[in-house]
Structures are given as structure tokens and as C-alpha cells.
Design a protein around this ligand. Sequence first.
Ligand code: ADP
Length: 522
Amino acid sequence: MAETAAPPQPEPEPIPESPPEPPVVHHAPRPSLFIVQITPEMAPIAKIGGLADVVFGLSRELAIRGNHVEIILPKYDNLRYDQIFDLQPVYNDLWVPWYDGAIHCTVYFGFVHDRKCFFIEPHSHDNFFNRGSIYGFPDDVFRYAFFSRAAIEFLWQSGKHPDIIHCHDWQTALVPVFLYEFYQALGMTHPRVCMTIHNFKHQGVTGAELLRATGLHQPERFFDWVRMGDNHHKNAINLLKGGIVYSNFVTTVSPRYAFETKDQGQGFGLESTLHTHHMKYGGVVNGIDYDVWNPEVDRYIPVNYGLGNLDDKYENKRALRQRLMLADNDKPIVAFIGRLDPQKGLDLVRHAIFATLERGAQFVLLGSSPDQGINNDFWGLKHMLNDSPDCHLEIGFDEDLSHLIYAGADIMLVPSQFEPCGLTQLIALRYGTVPVVRTVGGLADTVFDKDHSDRPLHQRNGYRFDNYDVPGLESALIRAIDCYYQYPDHFRELMKNAMNADYSWNHPGQDYLNIYDFIRDR
Ligand code: ADP
């Protein structure tokens, strides 16, 4: 079924799924933009997933390029306050409309590694952000609807008129809705909104109560299919859909995932909405922060290394083996680091452990899950393999250890069912750890198969497989292990190609600026 009525804003010019090409170099300096990021997460103070890293890395890249960047977050009780410098209240009198009244909020300001951050603290019995963790509550949709309203109310009351508001995921998808439904009429006509969707699985689907809470008082208008009516549940509204409809531009975190979500049934029900709005939809591969993820300066690994002293990587391999009590032999180490979520291909990970050992290599896993059942499965596996000198499963979250694994392993396995962007393979590439990945999402945009690729040889940096099954996995994993043993020179070339590629924020930073310019010019 096709949507019929026009979206609330004029349609932009058609553009392909990739973002606009970098512009021809201009001689006049480009004007600096005032950009506000409205986000539920930011590394390292409030991090659950990749979204947190994106806000942290992108904000700095935009600032380095001469733009003024501010970030608005909820003031959670479990923020890493030790990482916030000079936190103080700066706005004591923010009243945010909610149901028939308003909730009083205080806004704090502080620096997080030089980023300028505002934190919104509501004073209400709802206790929205003092719950010891970020997500996982029955009223999450209301908590973030309130945050979105508070963030834009703060912009308006404090007289800020950013050029760009950049919001993230369903949690802040109501920001453009509020902007166009309420605040434009109050004179806030300047900002344009870019929304980035980091994962289509979570959309914020809820009922009419939310409209009463947020003052979006015309149910027939907002339940309408062209606006926020969920595509599959007749009596539900879908916040992420609202964000897509009302934003000036929508990005996701890789061009391939943009294609998969719109055209390959991976949009969790939003495919038709993406089709309707395809002219303002594109993918930008995330960057990684090369100050943190860089073997040349990494403080968490015993020996720093780069292309000039690649053999020093093997000192880290020895250290990793010592730390995990693995045998020191001539075998390659295959690693998996990630959330133990079905999305990450857990049945293939399980199979890969045994296939790796059988093929004469070692396996290291670092992962954890909020699901106790999944954790127990992996604990069972760990006990089963306890006596193996070639295998270690570490069940838990350990950022320090992850650095040592990236540096010490030879091969990084990412066999995801779907993967919007994936940071694991990007970090692995930087550390010369050859990725073996499934050809989906951002993995397909960043890893190019040694043997089967239309890329020139110097761009091939790993191994890929298409089918989500055991033969698929083995077709790539075994080639990687065999190459390590039989063609060490080829394997070393792959490592160098991986380390040579630039997956910093440099390119994505420019891509986002192009998008901002594109929507500002309209
Ligand atoms: P997602 O956002 O879906 O979790 P990404 O690949 O985009 O997956 O990002 C995962 C990030 O989290 C990577 O930086 C990875 O190193 C890190 N990570 C995942 N699990 C763990 C863990 N158990 N311990 C330490 N770091 C982890």
C-alpha cells in the first residue's frame, strides 16, 4: 500500500542512498553552523551501544571543523559524573508542558572531554531519569517523549536557534514532530532536523495516551498513516515513523543498511515509510575515535604498534595469551567481541568456536547479555571448554580487555544476522586484526573479501560470507585460518590493507556536514 498525502514539509531534491558527494573545494571558508545534538546516550557518560560512540565522536569532529556543537542529554542518576567537568545548574526555571500541566526542570551544563553538554533534570514524581539504569522500564516511551519535549522547550525558552538539530533513534524522534507542530508557530522557524536511526528494531510504538501526555491533541491527525500511525498496528502510533516523516533528512549508519531497511524487508515494518520518504534518506558509515582506538597510542595494550613495527602486535598476542591462560603456540587467535544478542549471530558464534578449534586455531570470546538464559548458555559452553588450552570465553563487559583482544587476536569474527554499521570490525581493521564477517549492513560496506571482490587488491581487507548458515560461515572462517597458515605473506598484506584504510570520523564528519548544508539550503 502506498502513502497518499504529502508529508508535512516540502520534499527535497532526489538524492541516492549514499549521502551527497563531498563538495568541490570552495575557496571561501564555509560558514560555521550551530548544531545541537539531542540524544539519550553519549560515551563515556551514558553508553549502552554504538549510538553513544557516534554522538561522542561526531560532535568532536564537527567542532574541530569550526562548528558550534552543543549536546542535550537527560540527567540520569547513573551518569559517569567523574567524566563531567564543571557541572552546574544554568537554567532553573524550565517548565515543560506535560498532560494538562507542566513539569518543572533544572538544566545543568558541563564539559565531557571538551564537549559542551546540557543535562535536563525533571522534578516530578515520575522520577523519569533516577532509576539506576538507562532503559528497560514500562514507561520508556513516556520518559523519552518527555525528554524530547523538554529539550526543545529548553531551546525555545533559552532563545537558542540552532541551524541544525540532530536527533537519534526513536527516543528523540518526537523532536521534529514537536518542532513542526508547536514551535514553528511560536517563531522557531530556523532549525532544520536531521535524524539518525542506529537500529530499526526499536521504534517506540505506543497508544493514544502519549498524545494526551505530549499535547498532540488531534488523534485523527497523528494516528493518520501519513504521519505517526503505525504501519501494522491500527491503534498504535510509532515514534520512529513520526521522526522519519517530520525530519528534513534521515540517515542510518551505513548505505547498505539504508538499502536493506528500505528495499530488503529489514525495516521492521517501516519499509513503505522509507519508500515514501526515500528522497531524504541515506546512509553514512560511522567513524571510530582514533584517539581511543589506535594501536599506536592505545594505553590499554602493553606494546604499541603500527604499520612501521607490525611485528610488535605479536607481543600483545603473547600478553593476551598470558592473561587468558592460553597455550603459547603458533596458532592464530580467532576472536569475537560483542553483545550476546541473537542479532550478533550467536548460533554461528557457537559453531565457530568448535570449527576454529578443529581447524587448529585458538578462540577467544568476550561478551555479555542482559538475558540470563543466554548468559547461562555461554557459561555452560565455557565449562565444557574449560580444559582446552586453546579457548577462553569471558562472559562480561570489560572495555580494557577488549583493547587487548583487538590488539592480540589475528582474526575477528562478526557473523551478524543484521548489522546496521558495526564498530567491532572497524576497530579490528585499525588493529590489523583481519575481520571475517557476514555480508550485511555496515559489514558489507567496510570489509572486502580477499578472494571474491571487485575491489582492487590493496583494498581487500578480510573475508565475507553471504548465507546465514554453517557452510556460509565455514566458507569464510576456514579460508582465513588456512591463509594464516599457508600464505602468511598474503595474510600480512590483508593486515596492512586493513590498517591503511581510514575509518576515523574524517569522512563521516564531512558527509554529515554535506547533509546539513543540503537541508539548510532548502
Ligand atoms: P552494537 O552497537 O550493536 O552493540 P557495535 O559493533 O556497533 O555493536 O558496537 C559494539 C561496541 O561495544 C564495540 O566497541 C565493542 O568493542 C564493544 N563491546 C561489545 N561487547 C563488549 C564487551 N562484552 N566488553 C567490552 N566491549 C564490548
